[in-house]
Design a protein. Structure first.
Length: 204
């Protein structure tokens, strides 16, 4: 296939706040997403991460929770039980939003690290809507991307060890939308970064 005929990827930074380590026994309490940019055969084009965003707070799906996990987000489970969106509605709205912003491109979920957020997001999408707008593998892990570009072992990577010019100037607040926007900027910087020695795949 010609590189010019490859469908562009639209990267969507996603952050999830949950009250435990796995979905099912525990609940996704909030979901934030921000369009980070588009990559095609000509390279990567960053988007304003505040322009196209999505945020919902969800009703818990069980009575179980890990107090330490809940404390990270600062969300109130009792309030969400009364006021949070029904998961089926919230995930259907999210899927519609993804398809709307990704017209003409293939949506890719991006996270830091993606493993936790993708586990909750994909489980909720399949459980409550029966399908995922990202397919079963449309997921990019920013931690792995940095490790590959920097030539480092994955477990040696942390945001604190990254060059400062790669990091967003925004604070990591553990509010899902704030953090999705922050991580969209990190992704854009990573995709344009030529690596520590100025070599490797760059982008326009």
């Amino acid at each position: 296939m010609s590189a010019r005929r490859i469908k562009p990827s639209l990267y969507i930074s996603v952050d999830v706040e949950a009250d435990g380590p796995i979905p099912g026994p525990y609940s996704m309490l909030s979901l934030g997403a921000a369009v980070a940019g588009t990559q095609d055969a000509d390279g990567f084009t960053a988007a304003d991460p505040e322009r196209q965003t999505f945020y919902r707070e969800l009703r818990p799906i069980s009575d179980e929770f890990v107090p330490e996990a809940l404390a990270v987000s600062g969300l109130d489970r009792e309030r969400l039980a009364a006021e949070g969106a029904e998961p089926a509605l919230a995930l259907a709205e999210f899927s519609d939003w993804v398809r709307e912003v990704a017209v003409g491109a293939q949506p890719v979920m991006a996270g830091y690290p993606a493993s936790y957020d993708w586990t909750f997001l994909y489980w909720y999408l399949i459980r409550f809507t029966g399908q995922s707008p990202f397919g079963h593998s449309g997921c990019l892990d920013m931690k792995t991307l940095y490790a590959a570009k920097a030539g480092l072992p994955l477990r040696a990577v942390a945001k604190g060890t990254m060059p400062r010019e790669l990091l967003s100037r925004r604070r990591h607040t553990h509010h899902a939308l704030d953090d999705a926007i922050e991580q969209a900027e990190l992704l854009a910087n990573l995709l344009r970064w030529p690596g520590p020695h100025g070599a490797g795949p760059g982008a326009a």
